[in-house]
Ligand binder design. Structure first.
Ligand code: MG
Length: 385
């Protein structure tokens, strides 16, 4: 039977690779969504022939509607359009939206699909409890796309029995081995120069601060029902081992593969089956050696901050994530220095009092307030005259 798929955030790095995988598998695409990139939307309207294309930006959505008039695809646009795409009934919804903006479409998809393939870690960090609860109530499978979590998912293979510890591997990002002094004046282009993965801007900067790994620790807590203190991080520059699971008898299972997101994307779609993929076969004789190191949390304190937020729970992960999104955006616009991503995030986490979150509305409110606080705090770090 041909499966039907929605791809939310199709213009990003995971989105475009998802479209390639879906096309290669011969699945039918029901809906796609983009934030602003209507050129890529046009490409996929021609390429994968969705029934619905959603554009978050209203005027760009109108322009697209004019451009594709007569093609038979329905264009929806304006704020919240991604949730319209998520409400098209499909076997699988791939959430490849970047950042907190992925939360509401993810929640909507849980009423219109039987599987959510989740590439949007911020959704789980900020609202993991509610996403999981709603998924369970509606009988929706949550399958990770993030390479580390896909690796753990593949190692565990349906049973979390006798697991002692999860070991997330981490490339170390663009600034591995740099000193605090050297990080003071690093440029955006150097932060975007990732050693092994080719990804979007936000996540690549998060890799450079190690916040990405911190978000992934919280993501893993939710996906695998395990406390943060049973999740460790090991630097592995080659990105060949995608993560590991240690069992009570000290056996360690690992999943290896070329650093190519098309493999975890495909597994999230075909699970529990495997089929030939677009990713390159792994040749360990060419790689020769695999190296491991301890993360430097003094130089890269964002990872420790995320562990603290994970242990605190309540609103802490949501506040941290919101502040980090604000700070990363400011760094990408050249408004603050690289180390101030952490400083702003840390100051925001310290400024916002602890509270429990009892609904998705609470999460939305918490995110908004934390983002405003981070914006205010970042004024004292601004490089602008
Ligand atoms: Mg990852």
């Amino acid at each position: 039977m041909i499966k039907s798929v929605n791809i939310l955030g199709v213009s990003g790095s995971i989105g475009t690779q998802s479209a390639d995988v879906v096309k290669n598998l011969g699945y039918r695409v029901r809906a796609i969504s983009v934030s602003k990139n209507i050129e890529i939307a046009k490409k996929y309207i021609a390429d994968v022939r969705p029934e619905i294309c959603a554009v978050e930006d209203e005027s760009l959505g109108q322009a697209l509607e004019n451009d594709v008039f007569g093609s038979g695809v329905k264009i929806v646009y304006g704020q919240g359009a991604s949730s319209v795409a998520a409400s098209a009934d499909a076997d699988i919804c791939i959430n490849a939206i970047s950042g907190f903006a992925g939360l509401l479409p993810a929640m909507t998809s849980l009423y219109h699909t039987s599987r959510l393939a989740i590439a949007n870690k911020e959704t789980l960090v900020a609202a993991g409890f509610f996403v999981k609860k709603t998924a369970k109530e509606n009988g929706v499978e949550l399958i990770p796309v993030d390479s580390e979590h896909s690796a753990i998912f593949q190692c565990i293979n349906g049973s979390g029995k006798d697991v002692k510890r999860l070991i997330l591997t981490c490339s170390g990002g663009a600034f591995y081995k740099k000193t605090r002094e050297e990080l003071q004046n690093v440029s955006l282009s150097s932060a975007l120069d990732h050693p092994t993965w080719n990804m979007g801007g936000k996540i690549t900067v998060d890799c450079a601060t190690l916040m990405n790994k911190g978000l992934e620790v919280i993501e893993a807590m939710h996906l695998f029902d395990i406390p943060a203190d049973k999740i460790s991080v090991v630097i592995h520059r080659e990105s060949i081992i995608h993560s590991m699971v240690e069992y009570v008898d000290n056996a360690v299972l690992a999943q290896l593969g070329s650093p190519d997101m098309r493999l975890p994307i495909q597994y999230a779609l075909t699970y529990p089956d495997r089929t030939a993929s677009l990713s390159e076969p792994l040749d360990l004789t060419k790689i020769k050696s695999l190296t491991f190191d301890t993360p430097d949390i003094v130089t890269f304190p964002s990872l420790a901050l995320a562990y603290d937020a994970a242990r605190t729970g309540g609103n802490a992960p949501c506040v941290m994530n919101a502040a980090n999104e604000v700070a990363v955006e400011k760094f990408m616009r050249g408004e603050i220095r690289f180390p101030d991503i952490y400083n702003i995030t840390r100051a925001t986490v310290d400024a916002v009092p602890f509270s429990k979150l009892s609904s998705v509305d609470d999460v939305l409110m918490c995110h908004k307030k934390a983002a405003e606080t981070a914006d205010e705090i970042s004024k004292s770090y601004s490089l602008a005259e």
